[in-house]
Write a protein that binds this ligand. Sequence first.
Ligand SMILES: [Fe+2]
Length: 245
Amino acid sequence: MKFDSREIQAVAATHPSRFDLYADIHKAMRALMSDTLLAVGRMDPDDTAELGSVSGRVLELLDFCAAHVRHENEFVHPAIEARAPGASAALAHEHESHVQDITHLQATVANLCRLSGGQEAASTARALYRELALFVGQNFTHMHLEETAHNTILWARYTDAELLELHTRLVSSIAPADMMYTLRWMVPAQNPAERTALLSDMQAHAPAPVLEAALAQVRPFLSDPDWAKLARSLGLAPVAGLVTA
Ligand SMILES: [Fe+2]
């Protein structure tokens, strides 16, 4: 596939204010994938504790990717097919390939977990790093196509109100624990305006303890200036040790 950053700029320029249902979750995925890949690259294959913890992180990433594919297959692709028959076929085929890749990576991780250091652990860790890097690269390209080609179709065939309703139905299907995991990666990857939009919506519509849990989840991963901007934008009381006004 030819990578062309002008394409995504052209789509954004044509529809500067349209609702992008991919934007937030894809930022979360890019952050999670990048961070996990780096962790695998740094992993000491002779340190069984680290090997176990990093392997666990890779399995979490793979579960997250599998769930993301299911969400898109269950909610987004049927919406595209309903008003543009055949338009989701190419990327649906890539989803099938991603599922196969996930199964293969899970097997590599299981193989690694059976080892306890030595040459075989080192070579398996190196193989996992390379396979995961390819998977991440393919997913980055795939997400770019969704944000350009699929958004172009969605914006042509749906109003923003319809897309928001579709997005709300998708998000409502996610279990609370999975949502907290998503927020852990999504919010630190967003810019300040995106964080405020997401969490002020939660502030307006969710019970107070849900917002409190979300903020507690993301606080350790935000810098002090970013946290101050977020707290100020949500009208929260200044936090000890931080300047919020
Ligand atoms: Fe996808």
